[in-house]
Design a binder for this molecule. Structure first.
Ligand code: WTA
Length: 635
């Protein structure tokens, strides 16, 4: 018997024990029995956690797209691989079969090679949620180019810094993108971004909005004519297990975004395994994850995980509120979706609308519903369970991160009894531990601590692009020998985990990770600003929103505070993106600081939350009087 599918709770415990006692046998067997390899590995895993040095399936040779596409062709060639559901419900949905996906990816791979892209080159993909996005990613993987997808909501300067960080040679974008009743000028953003990107030689432009765009001679090419001229066959590059597959940027608690690097074989094995189990995937299912492919959730559970399992996966271009609040439920009804995977922020925003929206559609095809990206509060959990799952679909509350590559802690549906707001139990192979402030492992149950993982897992990020030291410092130094997640968690009386939230300076707003430092950096660049501190505070829909405490320079022309608030937010929007806008801005005359000059964010967080009960020890503050002033003027 293999370990690929967990059938019941007894088996879960059996697999779990095996995976801890003999991780090499456990993952080795899964890898051997469920994928095609050009060459097997010498060793399942080789690691030194202290050095943040991890390798899986050492010396094996593989191509992930052979596993996502080619091997399904004999049995599932005509099966739908991707359903494209456009932004506008009046536009026809597109069904792309595995055969068609093969030829599309082959053509795109040939175009990339013809345009000078080789194994190891970085390709930036800045596209809306259209089939070309999936095809471009897979084509990169086909020829061994490293894809760096940038969410198409990021501003030009955010794009510039990401392209320059990993020195992309090419950008794949589109004329524009649709989002609800808006259309976004993506090519214009790329043009602006590329003014400061010396490494980019070529830009391939897909057509989506049919808007007129600037095409720079010798640099920009329309994609379609190149594809039309390409051959629909392609020999995949033979990749080493540890060859880079992609870079994906995530916010850090210091200024620069971190380019998390994922490699080939380990990522492949664990995304496939988790998809199969956590969504209980069966052959005729239709899987829908509403994330954007620009985030890790989309990489792992719109594309790689589903395709590795020969599944049918939906790419949805739209938003939950367009043309009305029934849109998600209409799509489930229309495509007979069997698994639905979304974020708490979307659930909360739809739960506040009339229940008629969800009740009027047929959701009876659903079997499993999932949540990801932030803690799901009890109220949202129940609404999701009652109105979407109709109390018959297990909710998989899946905890994981860009860094972990795939799901780590989650119920296995029909196996693990669920509990509202709990991500429950670790997947086989995952060894979570809770740590106290003295860096000791906390044993037993009914305890809280910092969540760490003490043994490597196949899909973990291998490094931060170009900065291994930062990778080590950020994740492996707080608790030596262990991976520190940055999250706090509690373990209940039966050993279930509940993630309580970030313990660092990252705030999750509407499911997006935002480091407060880069936002502060952007604000501080405004000519009227002397200094700023950003903290998160609870928000009904977004989970958290941002509160800014800002010290102004003495500049007369900025006396109009309302205007200044607007200007600062525009500044944030153009430096980082609209998702980073502040909900509240308070102008202050000082910030609470320790004698060493560190801002006491703990106090600011309490003020932002409106909790004035206990500021803890303020004796180390250099300027304790400022606390009352800030508190009294809170907005
Ligand atoms: C948070 C998204 C509670 C957590 C896949 C983590 C969650 C961060 C959950 C990673 C969950 C994700 N319950 N919190 N089910 N899932 N988080 O990198 O703080 O965008 O560290 O990856 O989201 O966000 P990222």
């Amino acid at each position: 018997m293999g370990y690929y599918k967990i059938k019941n709770l007894e088996e879960y415990f059996k697999h779990y024990k095996k995976s801890i006692r003999e991780p090499r046998k456990f993952w080795g067997k899964i890898a051997e029995e469920n994928f095609i390899w050009y060459q097997a590995w010498d060793k399942v895993v080789d690691f030194n956690m202290g050095e943040a040095d991890v390798k899986w399936f050492v010396n094996a040779k593989v191509n992930i797209t052979k596993n996502c596409i080619d091997r399904h062709l004999a049995k599932r060639g005509d099966k739908t691989a991707i359903i494209f559901e456009p932004n506008n419900p009046d536009e026809k949905a597109l069904h792309i079969s595995y055969n068609e996906l093969y030829s599309r990816v082959a053509k795109m791979a040939n175009v990339l090679r013809e345009q000078g892209i080789k194994k190891g080159d970085r390709v930036c993909i800045y596209l809306p949620m259209i089939p070309e996005l999936a095809v471009a990613i897979l084509a990169c993987a086909r020829i061994g180019a490293i894809h760096s997808v940038i969410f198409a909501g990021f501003s030009a300067s955010a794009v510039t810094s990401r392209i320059n960080d990993c020195e992309c040679k090419m950008v794949i974008t589109s004329d524009g993108g649709f989002r609800g009743n808006k259309s976004i000028d993506l090519k214009g953003i790329i043009d602006e971004a590329l003014e400061k990107c010396p490494t980019v030689e070529k830009v391939l432009v897909a057509k989506r909005t049919n808007t007129t765009v600037n095409m720079e001679e010798g640099r920009d090419y329309w994609l379609q004519p190149l594809l039309d001229a390409a051959i629909p066959n392609n020999v995949a590059e033979i990749m080493d297990a540890e060859d880079p597959l992609f870079i994906l940027y995530t916010s850090g608690s210091t200024g620069k975004p971190k380019g998390m690097l994922h490699t080939t074989a380990g990522y492949m094995v664990q995304t496939a395994y988790t998809f199969k189990n956590i969504f209980n995937h069966e052959e005729n299912d239709v899987f829908w994850c509403t994330a954007d492919i620009g985030w890790i959730t989309g990489h792992s559970y719109i594309l790689y995980g589903p395709l590795l399992n020969g599944a049918t996966t939906i790419i949805f271009e739209g938003i939950p509120s367009y043309p009305d609040f029934g849109r998600f439920w209409e799509v489930i009804d229309k495509h007979k979706v069997t698994q639905f995977y979304t974020a708490p922020t979307a659930i909360r925003s739809l739960a506040k609308e009339s229940d008629e929206w969800v009740d009027k559609y047929d959701l009876s095809t659903l079997k499993v519903i999932g949540s990801v990206g932030e803690p799901i509060n009890e109220e949202a959990w129940h609404w999701y369970n009652d109105h979407v799952g109709k109390k018959k679909c297990p909710i998989v509350d899946t905890w994981w991160q860009t860094e972990t590559g795939s799901i780590m802690i989650s119920p296995v549906p029909f196996v693990t009894p669920t509990k509202p707001t709990y991500a429950t139990l670790p997947l086989p192979g995952i060894q979570p531990v809770l740590m106290d402030e003295l860096r000791n492992e906390i044993e037993g149950n009914q305890v809280v601590g910092s969540l760490c993982i003490k043994f490597p897992w196949p899909s973990m990020a291998r490094t931060i692009w170009g900065d291994h030291q930062r990778y080590k410092d950020t994740y492996f130094s707080a608790f030596p020998g262990k991976y520190f997640t940055g999250d706090g968690a509690l373990r209940d009386e039966v050993g279930y985990y509940r993630i309580t939230g970030r313990v660092d300076d990252v705030v999750i707003v509407s499911g997006h990770n935002l480091g407060t430092a880069p936002i502060e950096d952007a604000i501080n660049e405004h000519p009227a600003v002397a200094e700023s501190a950003i903290v998160g505070f609870p928000h009904d829909i977004k989970g958290n929103a941002l509160y800014g405490f800002i010290i102004l320079k003495e500049i007369g022309e900025y006396r109009d505070r309302d205007n200044l608030t607007k200007e600062i937010n525009e500044h944030v929007s153009s430096h980082i993106g609209p998702i980073a806008k502040l909900d509240k801005i308070q102008f202050v005359s000082g910030l609470p600081k320790t004698r060493s000059g560190k801002i006491m964010r703990r106090i600011l967080r309490k003020i932002a939350e409106g909790d004035f009960s206990n500021f803890g020890d303020t004796s180390t503050l250099l300027n304790p009087e400022i606390v009352d002033e800030i508190k009294d003027e809170r907005i």
